[in-house]
Ligand binder design. Structure first.
Ligand SMILES: [Zn+2]
Length: 164
């Protein structure tokens, strides 16, 4: 099922999240499945639970270019960030039409859980690291508009898609 996406100024985007109980029950598995379908339909690379109206500590990463199947990060925590940063234009399904340059650590290590309740670690310094940080920001009620170094037009992102 495709879920409606919360857009600013919907309040759930700024409401603290609660941890997901694990292992995930039937209802949670359904929700995760629906979030993946919603992310795909919206042509997104990630989707956090507040973006579909749920204040849960859960996001989906859907990054085919990284050669990964869509997967959830449940109750994620960033445990390490590099001093080195990168700046890149970002957009967000919850703030359509708004684009800007966002500076983020280049390399991160996170811990999160899968639906079975098993902990896993991801260390990455590619686009995946940026997507994960964007989604974890949502879980901290932070939006890209809070972090813009510079407002842009969406041109760079557009180019990325046109090049495909
Ligand atoms: Zn977003």
């Amino acid at each position: 099922m495709i879920l409606p996406i919360s857009k600013l100024p919907v309040k759930v985007l700024r409401k603290p999240v609660v941890n997901v109980e694990l292992p995930a029950d039937k209802k949670m598995l359904r929700l995760i499945k629906d979030m993946i379908a919603t992310c795909k339909a919206a042509d997104g690379v990630g989707l956090a639970a507040p973006q579909i109206g749920q204040n849960l500590n859960l996001a989906i990463i859907y990054l085919e270019e990284a050669g990964l199947p869509a997967f959830p990060i449940i109750n994620p925590v960033i445990i390490k960030t590099s001093k080195e940063t990168t700046e890149m234009e970002e957009g967000c399904l919850s703030t359509p039409g708004l684009f800007g340059k966002v500076k983020r650590p280049k390399k991160i290590t996170i811990e999160a859980y899968n639906v079975e309740g098993e902990k896993f670690t991801i260390t990455d310094d590619t686009f995946l690291a940026r997507v994960i940080q964007h989604e974890i920001d949502h879980l901290k009620n932070t939006l890209i508009i809070d972090k813009f170094e510079e407002i842009t037009t969406g041109k760079e992102l557009l180019k990325k898609y046109q090049d495909k």
